[in-house]
Design a protein around this ligand. Structure first.
Ligand SMILES: [Zn+2]
Length: 137
């Protein structure tokens, strides 16, 4: 069974309990890496200048402490493999729905590849953030 590296473990521990419950379940089935949990002011502004977020500090869900968002990639990481990222996103949403229905998570999850939450993939001109999962709070 896959398990998190110490680095992933440490990043996931900066996240809301629901996100920890979710990804400790996901990793039982799919190896994945936690890229980022909580983001401080310096990190948020750096992400903004790179264009990976549209939000300034402290308006991002990564800026809450504990973090209400987490960035995760299936392992081995290949950011160019869009199909695999989309497959992973759907898989995570399915696990999240099941955990919520079972009362193990308090909140629903929104995925950065389909911001409307209706399963419709975003258009290319929108900010696709396939690694991003956030709690709807
Ligand atoms: Zn994110």
């Amino acid at each position: 069974m896959p398990k998190f590296s110490p680095e992933s473990f440490s990043k996931l521990s900066t996240c809301h309990q629901d996100l920890q419950v979710l990804f400790y379940e996901v990793i039982k089935y799919i190896d994945c890496s936690i890229l980022e949990g909580y983001r401080n002011e310096v990190d948020q502004e750096e992400a903004f200048s790179k264009g990976t977020t549209k939000l300034h500090w402290p308006h991002g869900k990564h800026n809450n402490n504990p973090s209400l968002a987490v960035d995760v990639a299936p392992y081995p990481i290949n950011f160019n493999d869009e199909k695999r990222s989309i497959w992973f996103g759907g898989y995570v949403l399915g696990i999240a729905q099941k955990l919520k229905d079972e009362g193990k998570m308090a909140h629903s999850v929104r995925w950065g590849g389909s911001w409307d939450g209706l399963g419709k993939l975003d258009k290319a001109d929108q900010l696709n953030d396939f690694n991003h999962f956030e709690l709807i709070i």
